[in-house]
Design a protein around this ligand. Structure first.
Ligand code: ATP
Ligand code: MG
Length: 552
């Protein structure tokens, strides 16, 4: 591990190991099962898992399910699937914070016994008033000096269901004058008569996050509890809890900056609304940056990992561009996937001097830059389809594709020269006629003359019509994510365009999730939700054009 540059978390871990504070490394990913994971969570997952691997340590998967209001089993399943798909292996360490409710309860009694916690009858509003502000200290609760016996009796009655929601809480007794508001006698338990997705009705009191989380980490022997920056001010409380509950080898909290993507929606609240209003096709809509949406769109775990690594680990917030994520998927797929031909806006091309009934099978390399991908046989005949934009009746400057009198190469096939066009009544070109030169077959070593343009095509007789989905950002980038007046999302119309494409016959057999490059049109993935055997629906993952430059 020497030689390379170390990020600040690695430096902390190196030091902790060198000084003997810990003799191993154990990390965790602790999502709350209240929604689907997104690209930001991927950063946390890969960071925690990566550190465990790098230090030959362990990685735990733990659901932080201490708040029954918003949590659902549906989310537990989707989160497990997403974490596993990203390649983070928790082996046999799948945990639920709710499994530790008894331990947390016992810790609370321990604090009471030590005179470090008390039952408080102030209302939520009063607690807020007593808390003070950033510039003024708080005031002690009138219940702060209850005896240990009274506190213990009241807390047990809270547990036994004697009190209504909101009438009593358990608070840590720390310091109402602390400059850190989190240390001003924070609430650590509340009464909530709610059914929990895991423990059912066993409990009617639930621990607060700041109390529960350090205990969860300590119970699992986590060494480095990595979280995002907004918890920095909570660290003194984290340390207080593990110390006062007397855990040996207390875990250490380390904060890093969240991953933000420019002009992208990640907030659960907003995505939920888009789903409920039917604006997107569920949480895995390919326009979303949920992990399941990215997977359905055709992103790979490798690309997401590359993206997260390029984004780096830091203490200061920064915003990444979607173009960087797109760069990563292109990099990942460009040598791995075959380059096939698909025509998205078909225009008929007729080769007048090609025999009517003849079909030739032409050898086409699957990926010129990676011979290991082999080759395939492409059917070729008199009538083909080319892309509309590959023909211009009156060419613009520097247009090297097909126009009357010009000769181009049909990819993997022959040179063709445009001779004529057929128009409909409105004057639109509906058919292009050409002649081909049999001497110019690709791979034949023909060197007689050169052409400047190569265009792709499919055989009209063999091509298969398929649905192709072209996606744009769902957000109108010119306006930004949120409407300044009402806080709603600035949605872009037409962020999904459904086209009818014509593809090489081999592509009709493509299976759900399979990925390809379509020459000039981008990278595509067979949709896993709407494809049927023999009837693939293709999602465009990303186009081939890129404005992104790798930072030096
Ligand atoms: P959101 O508010 O975006 O829906 P969350 O923070 O409520 O996310 P949690 O389930 O609490 O979701 O998060 C699980 C873990 O993922 C936490 O450790 C959290 O710090 C981390 N995390 C969440 N969002 C990001 C992000 N944008 N970048 C990096 N880590 C993140
Ligand atoms: Mg959260």
């Amino acid at each position: 591990m020497e030689g390379e540059s170390r990020n600040f978390i690695e430096q902390i871990i190196d030091k902790d190991l060198a000084e003997g504070r810990f003799d191993h490394v154990q990390t965790r990913f602790p999502p709350e099962p209240n929604g689907y994971l997104h690209i930001g969570h991927a950063k946390s997952i890969l960071l925690n898992y990566g550190l465990a691997q790098q230090y030959h340590g362990k990685f735990n998967m733990r659901f932080d399910d201490t708040n029954p209001t918003k949590e659902k089993s549906e989310f537990v399943e989707s989160i497990k699937q997403d974490v596993a798909w990203l390649g983070a292996d928790w082996e046999d360490r799948l945990f639920f914070a709710s499994d530790y409710f008894q331990i947390m309860y016992d810790c609370a009694e321990k604090l009471i016994m030590k005179g470090k916690a008390f039952v408080c009858d102030l209302t939520a509003e009063q607690i807020r008033e007593y808390r003070g502000t950033l510039t003024e200290p708080g005031k002690n609760s009138p219940y702060r000096d209850r005896s240990v016996e009274e506190n213990l009796k009241l807390f047990r009655e809270m547990r036994d269901g004697k009190y209504e929601d909101g009438t009593k809480v358990l608070r840590a007794k720390i310091d109402m004058a602390s400059p850190n508001i989190n240390m001003r006698d924070p609430v650590i338990y509340r009464v909530a008569h709610m059914t929990h997705h895991n423990t059912g009705d066993a409990w009617c009191i639930y621990p607060m996050y700041d109390f529960a989380h350090p205990i969860e980490d300590a119970v699992e022997h986590i060494t480095h509890s990595i979280c995002t920056l907004e918890f920095e001010d909570h660290r003194p409380l984290y340390d207080w809890v593990v110390q006062e509950c007397e855990f040996v080898q207390p875990p250490k909290q380390i904060e890093f900056a969240k991953l933000y993507l420019n002009n992208v929606v990640t907030g659960k609240r907003y995505i939920k609304k888009l789903v409920e209003e039917g604006i997107v096709d569920g949480w895995d809509d390919p326009r979303l940056v949920s992990i399941s949406g990215l997977r359905r769109r055709g992103y790979t775990p490798e690309a997401i990992k590359m993206f997260v690594e390029l984004a780096g680990v830091s203490k200061s917030n920064s915003i990444c561009e979607m173009a960087m994520l797109e760069y990563c998927i292109r990099e990942d797929l460009k040598l791995k996937k075959p380059r096939m031909m698909a025509v998205l806006n078909p225009l008929k091309l007729v080769i007048d001097n090609y025999p009517e009934d003849q079909v030739e099978y032409l050898d086409a390399p699957n990926n010129l830059e990676n011979p290991e991908l082999g080759s395939r046989q492409l059917p070729f005949c008199k009538e083909l389809y080319i892309e509309q934009e590959d023909f211009m009746e009156v060419p613009i400057k520097k247009y090297f594709r097909l126009f009357p009198g010009n000769e181009v190469r049909l990819m993997n096939a022959y040179f063709v020269k445009c001779t004529d066009v057929v128009k409909d009544e409105a004057g639109n070109v509906i058919e292009v006629h050409c002649t081909y030169d049999p001497e110019t077959k690709s791979g034949s070593g023909f060197e007689g003359r050169k052409v400047k343009g190569t265009i792709h095509w499919v055989s009209a007789r063999h091509a298969v019509p398929v649905e192709v989905r072209l996606y744009e950002n769902i957000i109108d980038e010119e306006k930004g994510v949120y409407n300044k007046e009402d806080g709603s999302l600035n949605l872009k119309p037409n962020s999904l365009i459904v086209a009818k494409g014509l593809v090489e016959p081999d592509l009709a057999k493509a299976e759900a999730g399979e990925k390809f490059q379509f020459v000039r049109n981008g990278f595509f993935c067979v949709d896993t939700k709407d494809s049927e055997p023999g009837k693939p629906v293709f999602n465009r993952i990303v186009s081939l054009k890129s404005s992104f430059k790798l930072p030096k």
